[in-house]
Design a protein around this ligand. Sequence first.
Ligand code: SF4
Length: 468
Amino acid sequence: MQIQSIHFQKRSSAAIANPETQKRMASLGFAQRRAERVTEFGAAAFEAQRDAAEAIRNRSIADLATWIERFETEATSRGATVLFASDAKEVGERVIEVCRRHDLKKAIKSKSMLSEEADLNRVLAAAGVQPVETDLGEYICQLADDPPSHIIAPAMHKSQDEIADLFVKHHGTPRLDRAEQLTREAREKLREHFLSADLGISGGNFLIAETGSVALVTNEGNGRLVTTMPRVHIAITGIEKVVPTLEDLSTLMRLLPRSATGQNISNYFSVLTGTRDADSSEGPEHLYFILVDNGRANLVGSELQDMLRCIRCGACMNHCPVYKTVGGHSYGWVYPGPMGSVLTPAFMGLEAALDLPHAATLCGACSVVCPVKIPLPELLRSLRERQVDAHLRPGGERLALKLWSMVADIPWLYAHLTRWGARALRLLGGTRGMITRLPLAGGWTDGRFFPAPQPGGTFRDRFAARRR
Ligand code: SF4
């Protein structure tokens, strides 16, 4: 997928101005459902699971090479082949090598963010292999030639009307206007592909080192068809997805569906191990794992290492006020929301995603809901610091921050200036007491207004008065 993150400001402005985006974002119900599941589970018990999950993921990352080696040994002993790809280009090359080796012509795919990183559909099509997305949201995105806008609800930017139009155009069928009818039509179309494909490509939510297995969490059942019907299955995952044991997997699975979609358990949960037995009629004859680095190994030992704990649940974006306003396409690459604002600059370089570390209010909601306790606001702050150190921020902004830090070091001057500032803002607020425009900060007030400070002094004045 071509990275467009450098255009975050332009893309987010367009999304804010689009009432359809705002309507779609308002319909995101995952946060509410997560809260209900946490209450059912018991807040204290849920916290204990988060602590355990954090420890499991830290243990996996601390000894990543050992667990990957164990995974490779176990998977190979059960008939699978483990391949490695150092970057996105190599992912495509490995997949095409497998296609040529087994003379494969049609690939059915279940949702895989790694395949988006590698722009795999275009690579497959260029090599003469027909890719067909089978997750309903991904299928809609493929028909529309759109990238996903949410990691677990990829087509959430599309309205039902738009989907109906797409189906008429691509299926050549009469227009349907009910969601169930559209789903049934997609299912009928996809069934033909399930029956005729010779390759299944999936992602992997987790790799289990002790058994050499891949765990898949889906809600539509397509994952099982993709991984068991074609004669060849390729599972593509990041190297950081490995966990030591099945016991670890069970802890993480208590958190993943509850954090992601607000479900106690997803509709389908599969743990796939090895190739088809000689006396079995199910499962692939050939199983390949492609373990992808693409920037991940560089994070080990860096101040961004905590990000490798991510289990791609999407809870951080479901709770992020910025994501909920600008939508997923604004972020311009595979991963949106707070996790994307860390991962995109980490994988693709700070220069390629200048505004993403700033696309956050640092309210902390993301880290409060993260099932593996990733301190996202701290990581975003650290990326901001790196940008300043590397002189990547505009000169005016750096000068303003320098002045601010000088003033903040002199308490009496800071107190005077904030007092004058509050008075100036009150004047700007006029009789309505609302600030709708700010000199030199138009970007701030273009999309929002806020109340002018009330008479009675600054926060510091009031705090001092109260203490007295
Ligand atoms: S950063 Fe945390 S909340 Fe966000 S997707 Fe990853 S695991 Fe989920």
